[in-house]
Design a protein around this ligand. Structure first.
Ligand code: PRX
Length: 638
């Protein structure tokens, strides 16, 4: 795995101290004091935060139940609904008339929803879902572009106690099919199409194929976005706007009373082997964790305009576009399209137009903007910005410094947040009051007990590489893998079973100041432009092509995307290798998985390096591709 951070030994001039006025006004001016207080009594810390900042229908009797690790429970006995805190309670305050969501469409159309208007739409759609027979515990798959109805669909599900499973709109047929089938969803919510770079992506067509393969879906709700021609299956498919015009779309929908530990959503993410993992999050702990991290790390104030430029289809969007900003009563931006369309200053135009105060994005986007030079952002007034954020992969110091200088005008601290689909919220992150080192996500959020250790669990020496571990539970942690508790235990808790530590699957270094430098994945997960892809899913897409007998996929470092996918395929007997076939295989992965999974290179080979037990040695392929030492080959079969 390449070390993207360069040397972990930082130099004195690479420390950025926050301005005194930022420290003074921060929610947490003294990180160490609060962190130590939290670690001294985690239940007391998370109990008082939950009591002071959120509404509960009924109080918990136990903050943390750790009697059956790793199946931890938080706020046991409490009743709530995350939508009660995200929407319902704002109807009683001045927030009702405030912009909750500012939507900017790729073609330039805009729409602003106040909290009142958003709640109205969510209530109506919640009633529609109930009328379609969706109830507590039912799964609903959502497959849409980045439009307000995506957020409304998620909130409507949560409101009625249904479990949403959002599949990123950039995924394609097989990825969608397997996720529908695994969750056994009975309703799919989708769009006719989505805008991307001035063209349309045929979401409904992809959805049709996936629904046909899956067979669990009884109703498909289709939002009209692009207006393109689509096939509507009688009895199964319904236009969203037609349902919303019927009397069944009752704006007086009640919010389901949920147990704090009831499932809120599942979100599929890539794992080391086999099919994607269905990460399960719950109403209570996830609500407390996401909203608190959002408020403290990004210093959320009533006057802020928050822009998390991720997609709601990933955890970043779930936590920090949909739930946390609404719970905190913030105003959010949602932009539908590509960052550089039609010109490389589209984002900067949006920042200036709406007076965005906080921008949260991924290193790959920053590197993409860097390529176009300083003149594009410099054309726009970015003076409203006061904080910046980064997520998804390690940010290289050059990108950090460009972001800081050109976008933040050297006055905006950068919050480099390390976390995962599994963790639900930021885990390693600065606070605005903390000194920054470009390329380091700094230290654990208050109460996050972590370390970098060796195989045996001993802390490694400063600046030595080791495994990142999290030693104690936190409220927004995943509770299990949906329908697969054994895999949950095996994937995250078996390596350090004795110690009872969570293994995120990342390697890292800790410097002499206790700052963490995340290096990258230790498993076969590939981060392409910050998107998390599993080798196993791409490989099975490749072997589903009629010409491929066997395949292996690796991640190769790339300056812009962080990593790109390289594939190695053994063709079936009698199939002639050709450049045309290589292209066809790339396109096939695009069709099955989605464009982000397309290999940059497809190598047609005669054999693959394997262990004697038949496991593909991807590390050998990686070393060969990068021209590095292959290392120990004693387990190689041939
Ligand atoms: O390898 C880490 C990387 O992204 C992984 C989690 O991916 P996902 O579940 O898709 O969630 C991404 C958004 C939260 C981690 O195991 N990662 C995420 N943020 C950072 C990071 N690596 C380094 N620095 C980060 N700030």
């Amino acid at each position: 795995m390449a070390l993207l951070n360069g040397s972990a030994k930082t130099m004195a001039e690479d420390v950025y101290h926050p301005a005194p006025e930022i420290v003074q006004s921060a929610y947490i001016p003294d990180y160490d004091a609060v962190h130590n207080e939290a670690l001294a009594d985690l239940p007391a810390f998370w109990g008082s935060i939950a009591a002071e900042n959120f509404e509960w229908y009924e109080q918990w009797h136990t903050v943390l139940d750790d009697s059956n690790p790793p199946f931890f429970k938080w706020y046991v006995g409490a009743k709530t609904n995350i939508v009660h805190n995200a929407l319902d309670r704002h109807m009683k305050t001045a927030a009702r008339n405030k912009a909750a969501l500012i939507f900017e469409g790729e073609p330039g159309d805009t729409k602003i929803y106040t909290y009142q208007q958003l709640n109205y739409e969510v209530c109506k759609f919640a009633s529609v879902l109930r009328a379609l027979g969706v109830g507590k515990g039912d799964r609903v798959t959502i497959y849409m572009g980045r439009i307000p109805q995506l957020m409304m669909a998620m909130l409507a599900c949560a409101k009625i106690g249904a479990i949403h499973s959002v599949v990123y709109g950039g995924f394609s047929t097989e990825a969608l099919h397997s996720r529908i089938e695994d969750s056994a969803s009975k309703v799919l919510i989708t769009c006719d199409g989505a805008w991307l770079r001035g063209k349309t992506v045929d979401l409904k067509d992809i959805a049709d194929e996936a629904v046909q393969r899956a067979g669990t879906i009884q109703n498909v709700v289709v939002v009209k976005r692009t207006g393109q021609e689509v096939q509507m299956v009688a009895g199964r498919d319904h236009w969203y706007h037609e349902l919303m015009a019927l009397p069944i779309a009752d704006p007086k929908a009640t919010t389901e009373v949920m147990d704090a530990e009831d499932p809120l959503f599942i979100l599929y993410t890539s794992g080391t082997t086999g099919k994607p993992k269905a990460i399960l999050h719950t109403h209570g702990g996830y609500m407390v964790g996401t909203a608190t991290t959002h408020k403290w790390v990004f210093d959320i104030r009533p006057e802020d305009v928050w822009w998390c430029a991720a997609d709601p289809g990933w955890i970043t969007g779930h936590s920090y576009i949909v739930y946390a900003p609404l719970i905190n009563g913030a105003t959010s931006i949602m932009y539908e399209g590509a960052p550089t369309f039609p010109y490389p200053d589209r984002w900067w135009q949006i920042v200036a137009k709406y007076g965005v105060t906080i921008l949260y994005t991924a290193p790959t986007a920053i590197r993409g903007f860097m390529r176009f030079g300083d003149s594009w952002p410099s054309r726009h007034d970015l003076s409203s910005l006061r904080l910046l954020g980064s997520v998804g992969e390690p940010i290289n110091p050059e990108a950090w410094k460009w972001y800081h200088r050109v976008i933040g005008k050297e006055k905006c601290p950068i919050m480099d947040t390390w976390w995962q689909t599994e963790t639900g919220n930021f885990m390693i992150t600065p606070l605005p009051s903390v000194a920054l080192k470009p390329g380091s996500a700094t230290r654990g959020f208050p109460g996050v007990d972590l370390d970098v250790v060796d195989e045996d669990g001993h802390p490694v020496a400063p600046n030595e590489e080791g495994f990142l571990v999290i030693k104690r539970p936190w409220p927004a942690m995943l509770r299990t893998l949906y329908k697969d508790p054994d895999r949950y235990v095996e994937a995250y808790w078996s390596r350090y079973q004795e110690q009872g530590w969570y293994l995120p699957g990342d390697s890292a270094k800790k410097d002499e100041d206790g700052y963490i430098w995340v290096i990258g994945r230790i498993d076969d997960v590939i981060k392409v432009s910050g998107y998390r892809l599993g080798t196993a899913e791409i490989e099975s897409a490749l072997v589903s092509h009629s010409t491929v007998a066997e395949s292996a996929v690796i991640g190769v470092p790339d300056e812009l995307k962080g990593n790109v996918v390289h594939a190695f395929c053994i063709l079936k007997q009698g199939v002639e290798p050709s450049e045309k076939l290589q292209m066809a295989l790339r396109d096939h992965v695009g069709h099955e998985m989605g464009p982000i999974a397309k290999p940059a290179v497809v190598n047609l080979v005669d054999s693959l390096p394997k262990t004697r037990s038949g496991k593909i040695m991807r590390r050998v392929l990686r070393a060969q591709t990068l021209g590095q030492e292959v290392g120990d080959l004693s387990t190689l079969a041939d």
